[in-house]
Design a protein around this ligand. Sequence first.
Ligand code: SIN
Length: 502
Amino acid sequence: MTISTFQDFGDARQALNLSRPDLLRTQGYIDGEWVDGLDVLDVINPATGKRLGVVADLDDEAAEAAVAAAHAALPAWSARTAKDRAVILRRWFDLMCAHAWDLARLLTAEQGKPLSEAHGEVLYAASFIEWFAEEGKRAYGEVIPGHQQDKRLFVLRQPVGVVAAVTPWNFPAAMITRKAGPALAAGCTMVLKPSDLTPYTALALAVLGEEAGLPKGVFNVVPGQAEPIGRVLTGDPRVRKFTFTGSTAVGKMLAARCAQTVKSVSLELGGNAPFIVFADADLEQAVTGALASKYRNSGQTCVCANRFLVHRDVLEPFVAALRARIEGFVLGDGLKVDAQQGPLINPAAVDKVRRHVADALAKGASLVTGGEPPEGDGYFFQPTILTGVTADMLVCREETFGPVAGIMAFDTEAQAIALANDSAAGLAAYLYTRDLGRAWRVTEALEYGIVGLNTGIISTEVAPFGGIKESGIGREGSRHGLDEYLETKFVCMAVPAAGASA
Ligand code: SIN
């Protein structure tokens, strides 16, 4: 039955005004074919709360077909030279850059972030393809000096095999390419399950991947519901690598399922980033960093500042400066206005933010600005500042994933470190100081995988991204990102002495 057609797009399709309308796909992409499901899922524009269109709701059978296709494509793809694969990946990168504004429009329509931010994400996403196209050529092995005279020892790096990737809605492009870039460059093939909230960007990437020359079965996209597709991807023994970006709770559950077939697992999970401002900090720099870290993507990033720890001596000027900057924010539909802040992803996200604010106020925090959704359509929430926040409040214990800056005061360096480390999460942390000794001491003491030192923006394809503690396993980006998709094979070779074998 053919259900997932374009018919439901109507005006929304025109409003997107794509120069390449064929980038907008509603079917899944398996073994180089566009496939329908038996049903469809609605895709909602969070800026309006209205239906943007539909996408195929593919089931477990489709997921199995995608795994079979990736498995069949593996021998030929992994046998190619890294240079050969790089030529195709480089073309994919070029196509993403050439169509960056179309991809950005799709991304804004389904995810909500302002168009300029979406465009930035598309270029960030493309950078992973470019980086790993090159890095794939450097999957070097080793020659180890032998432990016996008649032995020669080698280490080979080989693709891990079929990769299953489950990606989130907050970065619908970059979280895909940060996995697909290294996987495909290493010689693996992939089955991708994008978030059912933001499938269009993923499907547009598949269109461009095909155009770039990715052979059938190398990159498969299975839109649909998490449970049936996730069961196949975590359970099928042909999948040798499972990579997930999303919440800690879901990551733990998926990793437990992968344990049954002992898959290699990479997890990029939730954070609870402390943002520490010492009394000797450059306050203007700290406020600029806070804006970028906290309000980018309306606070819906795993690395965004979740808890502000500000030295008591600079609390007042810091709060005043931050307030002055966010009260001027333009909120709106990124496709229509030059918005600085977009909506949250759905009503549940708005409810969570509302609950965190209410919990903080009930426990004694003070509201400086914002605090509720504005009037009107869509899933917006006002940029918000709370002071007098304490460690027992939800804004400190959980990821708020919204535009709320909960601020608490501290008095000593030791107290700041203890408060910062008081979390099961360990993804990103930020600190602002002009004291070089303190910068090193605190950086070394922070139990986090990423530290932003006098900066609120830390993401780049050239550096390792990932967390410690319950924030995840493995690293993405940089030369370390390739390792996640390579196995290590040790070769022990006997070389008899001359004459011994005659
Ligand atoms: C994330 O929120 O997990 C990704 C953020 C980033 O890459 O900057």
